[in-house]
Design a protein around this ligand. Structure first.
Ligand SMILES: C[S@@+](CC[C@H](N)C(=O)[O-])C[C@H]1O[C@@H](n2cnc3c(N)ncnc32)[C@H](O)[C@@H]1O
Length: 172
């Protein structure tokens, strides 16, 4: 299922906000923002300084720390300024910043941070913050150069009957 089909599916749910971990220059964030209900919130998380957290489970040469640093919070804010209720939060998602969302529930979460540690942090937080019928999309699952992200998903999602999808942006 491509991202637009997932977004169409969750639009019919009664409630729930939207979130993305791994925003870069805001391409997928713009797709989500354009699809969401105006009164739902979209929370966007990124370091805006590129990857942080490359470790032992990640591809040796792909996705080094600092990759995807050619962006900024201001640039993404400008790109998304037409959309209401978009909150952009800058920081390392391994460091507890997702806890600002405690108490909120989500209908759609896009996890696209490529590396084991931040993927683990994102899935661990959001798996208990989804509404019934909500979709957590894992951009990097089973992608060859994202073994850490795949491992994080396999470790955390086993018990909730997760079915992984590999989706390319260029066909989305
Ligand atoms: C592949 S890019 C995201 C692409 C984006 N979804 C798009 O549509 O273009 C991965 C992003 O993950 C972010 N990232 C990596 N490690 C992170 C961490 N520890 N905390 C927050 N963001 C992180 C990087 O800064 C980068 O912008």
């Amino acid at each position: 299922m491509i991202i637009q089909e997932m977004l169409a599916q969750v639009r019919n749910l009664d409630s729930g906000d939207y979130a993305e971990c791994g925003v870069y220059q805001g391409m997928s964030a713009e797709i989500i923002a354009a699809s969401k209900h105006q009164d739902s919130f979209l929370y966007l998380f990124d370091t805006f300084k590129g990857h942080i957290g490359h470790g032992e489970f990640d591809h040796e040469t792909s996705h080094p720390d600092g990759n995807y640093s050619d962006t900024s919070l201001e640039q993404v804010k400008e790109r998304l300024k037409a959309f209401p209720n978009v909150i952009i939060i800058s920081g390392d998602i391994r460091k507890g910043i997702l806890n600002v969302l405690d108490g909120r529930k989500f209908r759609f979460v896009n996890v696209d941070v490529d590396l084991y540690e931040p993927t683990y942090a994102a899935i661990k937080f959001f798996k208990s913050h989804m509404v019934s019928g909500g979709i957590m999309r894992l951009d990097d699952y089973r992608i060859d150069d994202c073994p850490g992200a795949t491992k994080a998903a396999d470790e955390l999602l086993e018990e909730i009957n997760f079915v992984g999808h590999q989706v390319s942006w260029w066909t989305a």
